[in-house]
Design a protein around this ligand. Structure first.
Ligand code: ATP
Length: 258
């Protein structure tokens, strides 16, 4: 069941309202937790300030992430409830193009929720889904939350892990284990963004298709390793802070849009 109040197509925030309805529906199905709705709100706020578009610094991070996925021996895409609700089809497309496994990993983990998320992914066309039930049989010792439970076939042995909408603890733990962590997070100030190897400060729904295109266009090119090595995540995050400051400054001087 979607909203009981129809969203007029010409509503200035129609897209945003539609996305909210999608999440609320996923919440009713047990895919998204109430905390996930709040996390979405934090993301929306940053998206507003970013101008709801993919910036140049995000594109640079996407290109680097595409290079890292191509160079990976064992890439894994970590999926939580919000990601499944918002972008299952896009996750599957990227997993196919990048040869990456899909693993469910949840902060609020219950078997019922894992199964509900796996169903959403399967309905969108996913093949093998790691991290469900007893398959998440390994533990990351550095972590306390349920996020520590991982699949030995997936995140535990992966060299590159894509973590859209992550919590900072796990990003830090995965980095300590020597993994390359690619984060997608609209908040450049989050511990996730600050600690990831490659932080893509953008909306997951915009990023995933760009990442898929990036992998497609870079595959087979000679300069892939150079693209990955030349990237400086801290410098790129500084560009994000400068962009936000500049945009707000221009708006504060009366610019209509920047
Ligand atoms: P950290 O633990 O890394 O400091 P946090 O406490 O904000 O971060 P969560 O509570 O897991 O971590 O929040 C998830 C993050 O996902 C938020 O920072 C939010 O900005 C971001 N987010 C929410 N929706 C989206 C989206 N659609 N695309 C990208 N990022 C999003």
């Amino acid at each position: 069941m979607l909203t009981s109040v129809p969203i007029p197509k010409n509503h200035p925030r129609a897209q945003s309202l539609f996305v909210r309805e999608k999440l609320v529906e996923a919440f009713r199905k047990g895919v998204v937790v109430p905390e996930g709705l709040i996390a979405h709100g934090r993301g929306e706020a940053f998206d507003y300030i970013l101008g709801e578009k993919t910036t140049d610094f995000a594109r640079k991070a996407v290109r680097t992430a595409a290079a890292a996925l191509i160079l990976a021996k064992k890439p894994v895409i970590s999926v939580n409830g919000n990601v499944a609700a918002l972008a299952s089809d896009k996750v599957i497309e990227l997993s196919k193009v990048a040869g990456a496994a899909i693993e469910i990993n949840l902060f609020y983990r219950t078997t019922k929720r894992e199964v509900a998320i796996a169903k959403v992914l399967r309905n969108a066309g996913a093949g093998q889904i790691l991290g469900v039930g007893e398959n998440a049989s390994s533990r990351i010792a550095e972590m306390l939350s349920e996020r520590r439970r991982v699949d030995p076939e997936g995140i535990l042995t992966a060299d590159v892990v894509l973590v859209p909408l992550e919590d900072g603890d796990r990003t830090e733990a995965l980095r300590k284990l020597g993994k390359t962590v690619i984060a997608i997070d609209l908040n450049p100030l989050s511990r996730t963004s600050l600690n990831a190897s490659i932080s893509i400060v953008d909306n997951v729904t915009r990023t995933l298709p760009l990442l898929t295109d990036g992998v497609k266009s870079l595959k087979g090119k000679k300069n892939i390793r150079k693209i990955a090595e030349d990237f400086n995540n801290q410098a790129n995050l500084r560009e994000a802070f400068a962009y936000l400051a500049k945009r707000l400054d221009k708006l504060s001087r009366g610019a209509n849009d920047v």
